[in-house]
Design a binder for this molecule. Structure first.
Ligand code: PRX
Length: 660
């Protein structure tokens, strides 16, 4: 393919002069970190956080891959996010301009947060939650979600936030795995213009299953939609009543730097989600450092908005911990971008004078589809930096974001990281880096990455072929393990390049001639749908749990809006033969939505009579991906039966498919 200099991936954008002149991060950060990486992180930890006992150690890697950062330091996360700002005289600063989907708003100052977090910590403690206990949080995007997380942190009780779009079963699995003692939820929340109940899922999740009682002793329920709720006496408590009855002041529990702050479940390449464990001192250091430098945060004047949900790591690090550690003023929005109209986001940006906006490529592509006119009616001149996260951003979406949302003026930072990394790892710095649309570009100061081949040989800048992204040095925000499964932690991340001691990220990448990193998507059986990580096995297990399905294979096929779409191939049981493929397809899609979440609903379900397998019985997803993406099917010589693909394709062209 020939490319001309005007194609988006060949344009470059130097930092705007005014932004560069007042930028928080300057080029000497790279130099400082390169000179003495550990001293650099030690300085960040001491300057960005307030310690009860200042750490004297930086990294202890003697028990690799189990890291200890700032191990002899002590601190409290909630006190760092809230109390110290109030003590510094910033209690009246707005922490959140919260916008409810129906149009109600709440202004939450740092003093308000301080008052609520203390009461909530006391309420949890009154319900028997102790330092070290796990608390599940299953809440919509309401201010209480932030208060709940910080109240747990104040007690040193690790939270496990479960995305409120997940099913009762998914909630139960996570509660069981972490052995949570309490759940914080709401009667419901608003989405797409309707109240969506949440409490019934909690009730279902906590039922005795196969004779096994859940570990949960108490459920705190925020009243949001005021709908009818079933009530279990002795277990359920209204949040507002519990907080009103609780003592107003609470002394934060000073914990060691390596005390667990939270567990957050994410999909791996097996059906069982992994509880990613993050601890306190290192995670907070990286959260504060990356949020401040990547978004060029000026807390006195900025209005920052991250459009993620609290149920994902982006919500943890860039709605809660990063912004609050830095004393930022944020916007938090409850609902969907098209409720009641498709310009809801731009109304919010205009109303609050948002200066920094952070969202996912899939959202940007959705806005592109809705059209520029929706944007042009709004004054977005307050915007200064735009961020992207969750999947590779195609150069077209990148340039649209900068031109239409950023008024042909703002830098766009494409930030690569993972639930496991805790914070941003690869990104441009808006006052320093000349931007290249489509590339995440350079590791942040203090972070070390390489792109390597199968044998772990470093691929030099400009190398044509794709390689694997590895992280070659430990970093403060790194996961400390998988909850309850050290072996899986070692296997998943540290075995592929064991000899070198590198962390294997699971992403393909290449480095261009300038050394900039281009991410190429996952290299394992993990799909990325609208920036959400979903494992193929998880969806396959949900499909085969349906009484009509004998076997299932799932692949991620490229999708112009969502990045990847889930395409399922199913073999029906004898009893379901003769069923109408369209209605069975629809039923299976709904089944997956119920079993896992609507986000895991297959885009298409194809009923087939066989699946392509190797002689050892492994499903060849590569071939199914070819079919799903409407490509010439690749090499079939390793199939046990090479005629299978022909029969699948023939079946599909005969219209035996269902999409929806
Ligand atoms: O494949 C990469 C992709 O999302 C994965 C991490 O997913 P998760 O843990 O859910 O965290 C998402 C938010 C940090 C990565 O392994 N990914 C994330 N950001 C980017 C990306 N791929 C390309 N470019 C990005 N900026």
């Amino acid at each position: 393919m020939t490319q001309t200099a005007t194609e988006p991936q060949h344009q470059t954008f130097p930092p705007p002069a005014d932004l560069a002149a007042g930028a928080v991060a300057t080029a000497d950060l790279y130099e400082e970190a390169a000179t003495d990486r550990l001293a650099f992180w030690g300085r960040q930890a001491n300057e960005l956080l307030t310690w009860d006992t200042a750490p004297t150690q930086v990294l202890d890697w003697s028990d690799a891959p189990f890291a200890k950062w700032f191990a002899d330091g002590k601190l409290n996360a909630a006190a760092n996010c809230v109390d110290r700002h109030v003590a510094a005289g910033n209690g009246n600063r707005v922490a959140f301009h919260w916008v409810g989907e129906p149009g109600d708003t709440v202004t939450v100052t740092y003093a308000d947060l301080h008052a609520q977090v203390q009461r909530a910590a006391n309420a949890l403690s009154d319900l028997g939650v102790r330092t070290g206990d796990r608390v599940a949080i299953y809440l919509p995007m309401i201010p209480e979600a932030v208060v709940a997380m910080l109240a747990c942190a104040r007690l040193g009780a690790p939270h496990s936030v479960v995305f409120s779009g997940f099913s009762a079963q998914a909630l139960r699995d996570r509660v069981d795995d972490a052995q949570a003692v309490a759940v914080i939820t709401a009667d419901g929340g608003y989405r797409r213009g309707e109240p969506a109940p949440l409490k019934p899922a909690v009730d279902a999740a906590l039922e005795t299953k196969d004779g096994v009682e859940s570990t949960v002793k108490a459920v705190l329920v925020v009243q949001r939609t005021k709908g009818e709720v079933a009530w279990t006496q002795g277990r359920d408590h209204w949040w507002h009543e519990a907080l009103a009855a609780a003592a107003p002041t609470h002394e934060p529990v000073s914990v060691e730097a390596e005390h667990p702050l939270f567990v957050l479940y994410t999909s791996g390449s097996t059906g069982k989600p992994k509880g990613i464990l993050h601890t306190t001192g290192g995670y907070l250091t990286q959260a504060a450092y990356t949020h401040r430098n990547v978004f060029d945060l000026h807390p006195e004047t900025d209005v920052y908005w991250c459009g993620a949900d609290i149920g994902w790591v982006t919500g943890h690090t860039y709605i809660v911990y990063g912004p609050l550690l830095n004393g930022a003023t944020s916007v938090m929005y409850e609902g969907t971008p098209n409720t009641p109209t498709q310009d809801r986001w731009w109304q919010i940006v205009e109303t609050y004078g948002v200066t920094k906006l952070y969202t996912a490529p899939t959202t940007i592509r959705t806005f592109m589809k809705w059209g520029e006119e929706l944007v042009s009616g709004h004054d977005l001149s307050s915007l200064k930096v735009l961020g992207s996260v969750g999947e590779p951003i195609n150069p077209e979406a990148w340039t649209w974001y900068r031109r239409v949302i950023g008024g042909d003026r703002t830098p766009v930072v494409d930030t690569w990281w993972q639930t496991e990394t805790g914070g941003i790892m690869i990104s441009a710095l808006p006052g320093v880096t000349t931007l290249k649309p489509g590339s995440a570009q350079v590791p942040l100061p203090g972070i070390s990455v390489e792109v390597v081949d199968d044998e772990g040989r470093v691929l030099p800048a400009g190398h044509e072929g794709a390689g694997y992204l590895v992280l070659t040095e430990p970093w403060p925000g790194m996961l400390r393990g998988i909850w309850g499964d050290d072996e899986r932690y070692r296997d998943t991340y540290w075995s592929r390049f064991r000899d070198q001691g590198w962390y294997f990220a699971g992403d393909g990448a290449r480095r261009d001639a300038d050394g900039d990193v281009w991410l190429l998507g996952r290299v394992d059986d993990v799909m990325n749908v609208s920036g959400h990580r979903i494992s193929t096995t998880e969806v396959e297990s949900a499909l085969v749990s349906h009484s009509s399905v004998a076997e299932a294979a799932v692949v991620g096929a490229s999708d112009p809006t969502t990045g990847q779409g889930i395409v399922a191939f199913v073999i029906l049981r004898e009893s379901a033969h003769g069923a109408d493929p369209a209605s069975i397809g629809q039923e299976l899609r709904n089944h997956v939505a119920r079993e896992i979440s609507p986000i895991a609903k297959p885009r298409q379900v194809f009923v087939v009579s066989e699946l392509p397998k190797t002689r050892s019985g492994k499903i060849m997803r590569r071939l199914l991906r070819d079919v799903a993406e409407d490509r010439q099917v690749g090499d079939v010589t390793t199939l046990a039966d090479s005629s299978v693909m022909a029969s699948i394709q023939a079946g599909m062209s005969a219209g035996k498919s269902s999409d929806g």
